[in-house]
Each structure stands twice: as C-alpha cells, then as structure tokens.
Design a protein around this ligand. Sequence first.
Ligand code: 5GP
Ligand code: ZN
Length: 144
Amino acid sequence: MSAHDGLDNDCIFCKIIRCEIPSFKIFEDDSVFSFMDINPVAPGHSLVIPKFHTPNIFEAPDIWAAATVNGIQRLARAVKETLNPDGINILQANGPGAAQSVFHLHMHVVPRWADDDVKMNWGISPGDMDAIGKLAKQISKNVN
Ligand code: 5GP
Ligand code: ZN
C-alpha cells in the first residue's frame, strides 16, 4: 500500500500532499499534512488536512478525527509559540453554504489579535430557550 492511496487525481489538496503543486509545508506525519493558507485572513493562517481524500465531515470515515485534531493541536501550539497572538480560532467548513471552497476536508488555524478586524465573531445575545430546547431534542434524535 502506498502512502498516496486514497488520494484524488483532481483535488488540489491531494496534489499538495503528493507535492505535485508547491505549498509552504509546516509538517506532515503518516496521517496529516499541514501547510500555510495562501490567502491568509491573518498572518500565520494555516491548514491541516488528512492524507486521504474526503470532501467533508459528513462523508469522512471515523479515523479522520483523532489524527487531524492531534495535528491541529500541534499546529496551533507552534503558531502560538511563533506569533504569540491574542488567541487562535480553529475552523472547519462543510458545504458551499458554509463557505467551503476546497472539497478536501481541512481545518483552519487562524491566529487572532484584538484589533485585527477579522469578521468571524457573532457576539453574545441570549437565544429563545424554548426554541433551543426543542432543537436539542430534534437533533439528539438524529444522533447515530
Ligand atoms: P475553505 O473556504 O474551503 O474552508 O478553505 C479553503 C482554503 O484553502 C482557503 O482559505 C484558501 O485560501 C485555501 N487554498 C485554496 N487553494 C489553495 C492552494 O492552492 N494552496 C494553499 N496553500 N491554500 C489554498
Ligand atoms: Zn483531496
């Protein structure tokens, strides 16, 4: 079995894993590949991807999570050590409606600074507790 089994021929991130197109690699291990985002929302914006092709969290096999989250932790610690940001957001998009643009599952590490004006904060505003409780019941019925 080759290290590149499970990759897609046309996927841009699979091509990065295979080094068919260049990237600013940060690290890789048997399971994940980490590299800089070339359209950074902030300095240090970087990505971790599993080393097999899967488009999103709905279709990913169970094994993606432990390795990828471990990779994210390693990356976030290194970014913190390097840039000393005020904070770091970890993000992962599923589907065009969530602004996913590359359909190989990936997690973003986004360093944040107090005055960075990056728009991803939605503030704190109390919700409708009845509606929240109803949705909790409905969603929990769909947990498998
Ligand atoms: P999404 O919008 O799918 O959550 O994030 C995809 C990310 O991949 C974007 O932030 C985008 O800048 C980044 N990206 C797209 N193409 C490339 C590429 O060829 N190389 C690198 N390093 N990042 C890319
Ligand atoms: Zn891929």
